[in-house]
Design a protein around this ligand. Structure first.
Ligand SMILES: Nc1ncnc2c1ncn2[C@@H]1O[C@H](COP(=O)(O)OP(=O)(O)OP(=O)(O)O)[C@@H](O)[C@H]1O
Length: 238
């Protein structure tokens, strides 16, 4: 059976610079897959290739066995790919509920959209923030709302771009709970993240990029103890 998301032999160059070099990775339904690496490793470039913002020089991206390499972000979204951005991208002057409704109404009308929103707010335990303006939320809650908003499009996979940025440890722990709830609902999560603690705590599988190439993939335990990973992060030979 194909993985939900499969990235094969992806290459991206900027002029003479190889930003992504022959990268392959998979993300499975019901699992949280991490993508980590030091600054400049190529994470954002690869993320853009996966969500359709950048065409790779070569290689392919497929979703549930179908090649989506040539599709744009909107087409990918219709096939069930949702994403969040590095900065908070909520409508600040709308309530949390209305932020979700705007997204839900792309697929459903009136009472059906409202029902879906209430169900999701309940599922990720954000009901008490429903009437708060997005502008007034602490960053960590805003991040959770972004994931909740992504859920309203009924995605099969959610791509998260550094969601722990700006969160304190308590917020990050709560965010980890939200991610576990999301994947328990039969969704795949691909998490691009600098916060190693979050990655090590929630991911089933972790891919490590350095200088554009995957240097190792495996469980958090495997990655944590891998000499090439320690070298890439700490700059020391082990
Ligand atoms: N538009 C661009 N033009 C030229 N070089 C680029 C461009 N975007 C990224 N790069 C280069 O490609 C490499 C990978 O960058 P990328 O932003 O993907 O890394 P990253 O792992 O996301 O880094 P960070 O963690 O700092 O966000 C870097 O050397 C970067 O300088």
């Amino acid at each position: 059976m194909p993985s939900l998301l499969e990235v094969k032999n992806v290459n991206v160059t900027f002029g003479a610079h190889k930003a992504v070099s022959d990268v392959a990775l998979r993300a499975e339904t019901g699992h949280i897959t991490g993508l980590i690496g030091p600054n400049g490793a190529g994470k954002s470039t690869l993320f853009d290739v996966i969500c359709g913002l950048r065409r790779p020089g070569s290689g392919s991206v497929s979703l549930d066995g179908a090649d989506i390499t040539k599709l744009g972000p909107a087409q990918r979204a219709r096939l069930g790919m949702a994403r969040t951005f590095q900065g908070l991208e909520l409508f600040g002057r709308l309530s949390v509920r209305d932020n979700l409704l705007v997204a839900a109404e792309m697929r459903h009308r009136g009472a059906a959209a409202a029902r879906i929103v209430d169900d999701i707010l309940d599922r990720v335990a954000l009901g008490r923030y429903a009437d708060r303006l997005a502008d007034s939320l602490p960053t960590g809650v805003g991040r959770q709302v972004e994931v909740a908003r992504a859920l309203t499009t009924e995605p099969r996979i959610i791509l998260l771009d550094e969601p722990a940025a700006g969160q304190d440890p308590e917020e990050t722990a709560r965010f980890a709970d939200v991610l576990r709830t999301v994947v328990a609902g039969g969704i795949a999560v691909l998490l691009v993240e600098h916060d190693m603690e979050l990655v090590m705590e929630v991911c089933d599988q972790v891919h490590v990029l350095d200088l554009g190439a995957i240097i190792t993939s495996g469980t958090p335990e495997h990655v944590r103890n891998h000499s090439a990973v320690l070298e890439a992060y700490l700059g020391v030979s082990t």
